[in-house]
Design a protein around this ligand. Structure first.
Ligand SMILES: CC(C)(COP(=O)(O)OP(=O)(O)OC[C@H]1O[C@@H](n2cnc3c(N)ncnc32)[C@H](O)[C@@H]1OP(=O)(O)O)[C@@H](O)C(=O)NCCC(=O)NCCS
Length: 200
């Protein structure tokens, strides 16, 4: 897993990928809250999520940058550095919980969605998970995301559905997270999905 940056070019844009670091926090919080809703990220949780992504010298958090600044970001927790909750079904994963990473959040700037950047961010985190000893990664995909982009991109890259969880973010919304779709009474569903990682 390289810790230096990598660049790939498209006809209209050059996107650079770098490990997430504190210098990106302000822009990550702004984009996260713009795309998911106010209150989704704050400096305290972001600093915690960042630490949860680092293990054995590998960072599963990644940002995508272009000439305008932050083009997207992925937050991810290394295996053994997160706790499954009531929205997780480890009995269905067919992998030891201690060998499963968590894909916390993938976000692409609205003007760049649909161009494959989400998949590239995912690939970066998968490479880090592999180096951290993970055999799989679990995610909760936002079923009502515009164009069903979340479930579509994750399935395209090998994610398999485990279970649908209604009202996954309802309590967060009652506590002050303003969902961009439902406001302060969120009824969006989460698709718990797993992506298996081959260790060579
Ligand atoms: C979900 C997300 C990270 C995927 O990244 P991406 O770079 O857009 O992924 P892709 O380019 O592979 O697009 C995935 C599919 O969704 C479609 N799509 C993406 N954004 C879309 C949009 N805003 N409206 C309609 N369709 C969209 C794409 O056309 C593509 O369809 P295809 O698989 O039939 O080709 C990104 O779209 C995003 O940030 N969405 C809003 C936030 C979100 O839902 N985050 C995930 C929360 S779990």
């Amino acid at each position: 897993m390289p810790l230096s940056s990598t660049t790939f070019s498209r006809p209209s844009a050059a996107i650079t990928y770098q490990p997430l670091s504190p210098e990106h926090f302000a822009a990550v919080q702004r984009l996260g809250n713009q795309v998911h809703g106010e209150g989704y990220l704050n400096p305290v949780v972001l600093a915690q999520y960042y630490q949860q992504g680092i293990k054995n010298g590998h960072n599963a958090g990644v940002v995508a940058l272009d000439s305008q600044g932050l083009a997207g970001f992925r937050l991810a927790f290394a295996p053994g550095q997160w706790q499954p909750d009531q929205w997780c079904s480890p009995q269905l994963w067919q992998v030891q919980q201690s060998q499963v990473g968590y894909f916390k959040c993938n976000t692409v700037r609205p003007d760049l969605q649909g161009a494959g950047i989400g998949g590239e961010l995912l690939r970066w985190s998968v490479a880090a998970f592999k180096a951290q000893g993970a055999l799989a990664g679990v995610a909760h995909l936002w079923v009502q995301s515009p164009g069903n982009a979340a479930v579509r991109y994750f399935s395209k890259h090998g994610g398999q559905l485990v279970r649908i969880h209604p009202d996954k973010w309802r309590q967060d919304s009652l506590n002050g997270y303003e969902c961009v779709r439902c406001g302060f009474d969120c009824h969006c569903d989460a698709a718990e999905m797993i992506l298996h990682i081959a260790q060579d």
